[in-house]
Ligand binder design. Structure first.
Ligand SMILES: [Zn+2]
Ligand SMILES: [Zn+2]
Length: 391
């Protein structure tokens, strides 16, 4: 496959200024972000492509070289690399992403600490990260919870202790690259001499090869296995938050460092409650007499039942606030409230006796709205009403 033009990838003109480049990259990265395109290989490729284009075009000297020599010019530079691991993209460009993914609970996921040493100097190749989704109920989110996760992953081979070599067999220097892990090729063109450094394919860049392979893992230094892990979820998390578990991803090959396990929080819809930030919203049905005379009701909250006072003369649509019955702030001190929207329930099955009582009640002028009040409840949305009430 031929490499696409970096300007084309970001959909910008050749004379785009740094701000335009940054904006275009941000747009592409958001569009093709793996979290928005789960299991979509094509999007992942585009995501990497955009990151690569941005790395070059956002750097003055790399951009000049690219403008002059194209992709060929980039290959000659030792300071340029393609992206293998999506997480490298996150760590390189955290300033661009800022908080737009609203993501990690623990900032460092996207702000460094993630760049791993690249091959060469260490043995083996690093293990990949694993991502798993963890569903939580609002009740679990309100209190925080310890969860057990059952995961399938590569783990270090116990027999060869990750080396991939058979017991007693040693590793010898790779004859192709003489132990450097790199193969250099010099090419000449009208622009001058280019040194192309590539990873030695004989030893995968490790510089050493195994004489006799471990029979259990076939020289991989790792085997597939199933593990149960515990993860502590703090109270107040929301959909899309991440919890990174360092070193709990796949084991590396032949003793390479393990990847991370990234736990992504998912919020299960609740049959009674709706979440709005730290607040919890509940629709409550009350009888006409409870609304007219006032009442004390025992109603559900995320942490068990609680008393709610209905004042005499409470109208349908009124929102009552139960302080601190919502969700705790993540990493904060405060707590949201439970907002209860009162709905006056209208009976649908009436006996003749019931009807007689209602008819005699309705003779009182106090039982119906005044002419001018009938249209008091316009068709505003719930949230609009809330804004009006609480602002
Ligand atoms: Zn082994
Ligand atoms: Zn080699």
């Amino acid at each position: 496959m031929t490499k696409r033009d970096y300007y084309e990838i970001l959909e910008i003109p050749k004379n785009a200024n740094p701000d335009e480049i940054k904006k275009a990259y941000r747009k592409a990265a958001l569009k093709f972000h793996p979290d928005r395109n789960p299991n979509n290989k094509e999007a992942e490729e585009k995501f990497k492509e955009a990151a690569e284009a941005y790395e070059v075009l956002s750097d003055d000297s790399k951009r000049r070289r690219y403008d002059q020599f194209g992709h060929e010019g980039m290959r000659a530079g030792a300071d340029f690399h393609g992206y293998q691991d999506i997480n490298e993209i996150f760590s390189s460009f955290s300033d661009i992403f800022g908080s737009s993914f609203g993501g990690s609970i623990f900032e460092e996921v996207f702000t460094g600490g993630r760049s791993r040493a690249r091959g060469r100097s260490q043995t083996g190749s690093p293990g990949s990260d694993l991502k798993i989704r963890l569903k939580l109920t609002l009740e679990e989110i309100a209190t925080g919870i310890e969860k057990k996760l059952k995961i399938k992953r590569w783990k270090m081979c116990d027999i060869c202790e990750g080396s991939g070599a058979k017991a007693g067999s040693s590793r010898t220097s790779c004859p192709i690259c003489n132990g450097t892990g790199e193969v250099r090729q010099v090419s000449r063109s009208v622009f001058g001499q280019f040194v192309n450094i590539s990873t030695c394919t004989n030893c995968n860049g490790e510089g050493r090869i195994i004489k006799d392979r471990c029979q259990i893992c076939g020289g991989e230094g790792r085997v597939q296995g199933e593990t149960t892990l515990k993860v502590n979820v703090p109270a107040g998390v929301s959909e899309g938050n991440y919890i990174p578990l360092r070193g709990q991803g796949n084991a590396g090959q032949r003793g390479g460092p393990p990847g991370d396990l990234i736990v992504i929080i998912e919020e299960e819809p609740h049959k009674l409650f709706t979440r709005n930030g730290e607040d919890i919203i509940l629709d409550l049905l009350v009888s006409f007499s409870e609304a007219a005379l006032g009442a004390e009701l025992d109603i559900p909250t995320l942490t068990g039942r609680a008393r709610l006072k209905i004042e005499p003369g409470t109208q349908s649509g009124k929102i009552l606030r139960m302080r601190d019955k919502g969700i705790p702030e993540l990493n904060g001190q405060g707590r949201g409230d439970q907002l209860v929207r009162v709905n006056v329930w209208v009976p649908t099955r009436l006996t003749k006796e019931d009807k007689d009582i209602l008819r005699s009640l309705s003779r009182s002028e106090n039982m119906k709205p005044k002419e001018g009040d009938r249209s008091a409840h316009s068709d505003k949305s719930f949230f609009e009403k809330m804004k009006g009430i609480f602002s």
